[in-house]
Design a protein around this ligand. Structure first.
Ligand SMILES: [Zn+2]
Length: 170
């Protein structure tokens, strides 16, 4: 951060506060050279990259939209809501780590698929079919075949976690 008084670029943060709705982080900073204090605001839109869509349009990363599309892929599967929220949180954390200001919707989709593949294969294929926009049924089948191959050899089925609370209804 550049000091507004002397232009020095080193400062220390003396106080950080999150806005009431969590929409920004307010930081009180002290210049290490002239020791004057100033305030900066960090907004979520500046922190999370914009999503560049296929047609080139950019839109702010929308956590609810991402969550919604993952939930849709998980419909009627026995996946805990918490697991879906973990996927969203994991992706958000990765986006925060990235220095880039933009991410392509394709790349974002890949991140989701990586997570879903571990979570539930049906949800994975559903999501993939929407995100990758398979050109034809053959491409789709290739993806499914790939999954089936990965499945062999099949270990004994893991005991189903019994936690009906928080499961996806519908
Ligand atoms: Zn200064």
């Amino acid at each position: 951060m550049k000091c507004p008084f002397c232009g020095h670029t080193e400062d220390r943060v003396v106080d950080s506060r999150v806005g009431r709705e969590g929409e920004f982080i307010r930081r009180r900073r002290e210049c290490l050279k002239c020791h004057r204090r100033y305030t900066t605001y960090e907004y979520i839109e500046d922190v999370l990259p914009h999503v560049v869509k296929r047609d080139g349009r950019r839109e702010p990363f929308d956590r609810q939209k991402l969550r919604g599309s993952i939930l849709k892929s998980c419909e009627k599967r026995s996946i805990a809501i918490q697991a879906v929220d973990n996927v969203v949180a994991d992706i958000e954390a990765k986006l925060h780590e990235r220095a880039e200001k933009e991410i392509s919707s394709h790349e974002l989709g890949d991140m989701v698929m990586e997570n879903l593949q571990r979570l539930d294969q049906v949800a994975y294929v559903r999501f993939a079919s929407v995100y990758r926009q398979f050109k034809d049924i053959a491409q789709f089948m290739d993806e499914v075949k790939g999954l089936l191959k990965d499945d062999k050899p099949k270990p004994a089925p893991a005991p189903k976690p019994r936690a009906p609370a928080g499961r996806l209804a519908r």
